[in-house]
Write a protein that binds this ligand. Sequence first.
Ligand code: BMA
Length: 824
Amino acid sequence: MFLFIQNIVSAQFSERNLSPEKWQFKNIKEKEWLTAKVPGTVHLDLMDHNIIPDPFKDENEKKVQWIENEDWEYQTRFTISPKELGNQHIDLVFSGLDTFSEIFLNGKLLAKTDNMFRKWEIPVKEFLKEGENELKVKFKSAVKEGKKLAEKVPFTMPESPRSFVRKAQYQFGWDWGPRLVTAGIWKDVKLEFWNRAKVNNIQVQQHTVTNSLAKISFNMEIFAEEEGEYYVGFNINRGTYRFILKKGLNTIAVPYTIKNPKLWQPNGWGNPNLITTKITLYKYKGGWVIKDSEVRYGLRTVELVQEKDEKGKSFYFKVNGKPLYAKGTNWIPGDSFSPRMTREKYRQLIKDTREANMNMIRIWGGGVYEDDEFYKACDENGILIWQDFMFAGSFYPADDHFLNNVKEEVKDQVLRLQNYPSIALWCGNNEIDEAIVNWGYQKQFKYSKNDSLQVWKDYRKLFHETIPNTLKESLTPDKNIYWPSSPSIGWGHKESLTEGDSHYWGVWWGEQPFEIYNDKVGRFMSEYGFQGMPSLEAVKFMFSGTPELKLQNPVVKAHEKHSRGWEIINGYMNRDYKISEDFIKYNYISQLLQARGMKIAVEAYRRAKPYNMGTLYWQLNDCWPVVSWSSIDYLGNWKALHYQMKRSFEQQAILTEEKNGILNFYAVNDGLDKFDDVSIEIRALNFEGKILSDISSVPDGKVLESVLKLDPVEIETLIPVADKNKTFLQLILKDGNGKIIAQNIHFFSKPNEMKLTKPNLQVKQISPTEIELSTNVLAKDIYLMGDTHFSDNFFDLLPNTSKKILLSKPLDKVEVMSLWDALR
Ligand code: BMA
């Protein structure tokens, strides 16, 4: 009897994480083993032992470049109990190995790996023994391996050997990131014990989803060792279903209907409702559990709509049947060393997108398929995901081995990510179509006609055949939206503004003034951006010792990775502000400059709704302390840009457009409810607060649904034209009941043309974590300084007004300045 019970208990699936075991590592050339962390990377382990300095500090990046040319090994010893060994099947599972490795168990070579993005599952029962076992993983230099692969291609590939290795491409250095080509066991390692049958996949398929009814099914893939009767139980309806499984692989589908379901809604449209269902596989009805599983999902529909119109072709998402205006940003990896990312960091960054009124984020293709914590956070915050596959800005090979490797990668990632309701679209790559067509590599590397043809053929094979075909096999139809490349057409071509998604880089790369954004409005802007400095705290973080806050300091210089970064920033700064010699002022103005550029862009795009239906600025975050396009720096501090995006992405907005002495007004509403009988108040004030004119439109039954163009006004009727640099407009949009829907401020001149007067700024401490700011005259771009998060910052305070601000943690003293101080 005792034996029988034990048998039943051990029949259940179980797993054991091997990551917390005692791991060691060493350079293959060395003798001595050192302690190591799993998940981790060789750089992090070397840092832990003070063998290398922190590459994020000083100019240390240079000092650690030797690591990429070395081979490394990791090992651990772990004990297996007789009970564990008693299981019928034991699999060794690596969720991620970076990248070229050989896995040895008790001296036996089990597998060779060559793709960081794949999961490696190896049956090991026959190689394990009772008591101590030794697991070893040897890593070969990815750079050297990549070079060998590159030799097989008869022409030079751009940035070779980066694209030959299935490894996070940003590790090879980017225009915002250091070159840190690492190696290691970057995800968990575990043993899985199972008996009789194994559940390989549970897929939640949505057949129909409406507000009144959801018809879904749980599609399960089960491997059964023997033919026979099995049972599947669900916690949702307490139902148990009987199945006859054949020996080998089986797919079964259990239909399920939900009346009046609570749909998953994107941020701004309601709650992102999620459902968790427990599914149990039994050998006998009500007994002998083989596997307990849990799936979390959300009920929603997503469609990508592309319809021909007089200008080109639309490009927008319908979510739960309604057109969604997508507002958001682009995501790069949150750290040069991915295993260092924490659940808290993911949660905070995604919360920050929600707080800034975003509803979409694009995972850029030069990083990694993100950790589950990222997707969970997006699911919970109503943030839709544009998911790139991990290919970026180069040419890629397409030999059989490479294609097969990618195919397995796609399958593994889809299996892991398929049930997250936040994923809206799968995109083949970042800027590869554009690179082939526009970047001139073929000329640079002297390609023959055949070489160029080969590149295009390989491109088609990978992004128009292998990936979409694998997606079709792996995903349920309700989740399968595929877009080969972002952008679909490069920004040099006029079609990039009439169809598809668009990356507009005329600003920054093309060095055109910000105002060009008003003319370059595409259907869906998936990238555009401008660099700004990180917070002062992040600048200080660049130094291992006492920071020297000077632009000429080599450490500061080394933390700008764009070859012409400083030059471009200064060009724009000179145009709209002033280049200050003072570091703090320069830092502040550089952030304002970035925010100003993006405000102009976002407002131009939103005014163009529904022609334009999406705006994702480049980029949300950083992977180290750096001057970059990000709105949040490496330490998590909001730059001026993030505060600005929060304002610019408000669900309702009142926007202006100045053209030939006329002001046009656009009321925009991205919410689901309309506003009846809207009216606008326009007040012209000088910087001292004197009201120069005040007009209120009479409500005349106009309904604001999505966009409403209000009556234009001649500027001359509001202010004397000569006063353009001393005045501003305060705009208030109201609904029929007089409730404020949206507000904005319109300035007539560039910041450096404004005749600002010195504000008398008062800071009153209300409590340790609350202050009240007040001013007599216009205080433009108030900057609150200190190592804390301010509930608002980099904002304008109107004459004779005050504003309360919350601090995430108390400061001894809040220092404050405004644009007047910085432009003096
Ligand atoms: C876009 C991105 C990135 C790059 C950014 C800024 O092209 O896809 O590759 O970092 O521009 O240059």
